[in-house]
Unconditional design. Structure first.
Length: 277
């Protein structure tokens, strides 16, 4: 039986083991899947131990996606473009294959929700590995993205990483006035910070909340996330957490490992009914 795991810090909240259990039951594939808590400076050692113990693949979550990228010998095209890795497969040759299924998982969920179209203007809050990992598929789909982040330099670094590609830019937080926001007219605002995990909201003005804009939190909770609660208080009508993205990206990971794509629509319905809200 093959063994897989999700690596992160924090990791207790992760619903990945339940999702992969549902995938395994649906497809008839036997596998072990567990959570692995990783001290902040101990990722490479923990992953090495996992491989030595016979691990076959892994999902990587906050805050280790950039470190995971450096660990790999070979990459899928989407991992190479994004510069971060959330899925790893140990090949028969013992080479480590890195993939990024976050962006494609998010795009699929946004399409299912009807939150996005190829001309959508997106405001992306955050400039860490989670933000970097979703940019390429959204730009390729035809969207334009503006990054806003507490530390402007980190946002600039992402722009630089993507080689100043068209339709990707960033704005300083202090320049984010009401007039500028109204002028830019965003269709979708995505929270890619880790604030929801910590029970906080991003340090951004409430002027970004409008009833006709879609709001999406990459993260999820057993109830509404702090970011989405804040959006709703200020008048947002169209909101979603990242549970659909989590299931969609997990399905692409499962496909990489086993060559079978689970039926995610059934899993999302079952998951929301039995495990959330």
């Amino acid at each position: 039986m093959k063994t897989f795991a999700v690596f992160g810090n924090p990791i207790k909240h992760s619903l990945s083991p339940i999702i992969h259990k549902l995938f395994a039951e649906q497809t008839g594939i036997l596998q072990k899947y567990k959570r692995i808590y990783v001290p902040l400076n101990n990722f490479y050692e923990k992953f090495s131990d996992f491989i030595k113990s016979g691990g076959n693949g892994a999902n990587i979550t906050i805050p280790f996606k950039k470190k995971a990228y450096k660990l790999c010998n070979i990459y899928t095209r989407r991992a190479k473009y994004s510069g971060v890795v959330n899925t790893i497969k140990i090949m028969k040759s013992k080479e480590i294959l890195g993939d990024n299924t976050d962006g494609i998982g998010l795009l699929k969920d946004l399409k299912n929700l009807k939150f996005i179209n190829p001309k959508s203007k997106i405001l992306l809050i955050g400039a860490g590995g989670a933000a970097q990992g979703i940019i390429y598929p959204l730009i390729k789909f035809g969207c334009s993205i503006t990054i806003i982040n507490r530390t402007y330099k980190n946002a600039k670094n992402i722009i630089k990483y993507f080689n100043n590609i068209k339709n990707l830019n960033c704005i300083k937080l202090e320049y984010f006035s009401k007039n500028l926001f109204n002028q830019l007219k965003y269709h979708l605002i995505i929270n890619a910070t880790s604030s929801s995990i910590k029970g906080n909201i991003p340090n951004i003005p409430s002027l970004i909340i409008k009833p006709n804009i879609f709001y999406y939190d990459l993260f999820y909770n057993i109830s509404i996330t702090p970011f989405l609660r804040w959006c709703r208080i200020y008048g947002a009508k169209k909101i979603s957490d990242g549970i659909g993205m989590l299931i969609e990206q997990a399905a692409y990971s499962f496909y990489l490992w086993h060559g079978i794509m689970p039926n995610t629509k059934i899993i999302i319905k079952k998951f929301k009914k039995n495990y959330l809200y």
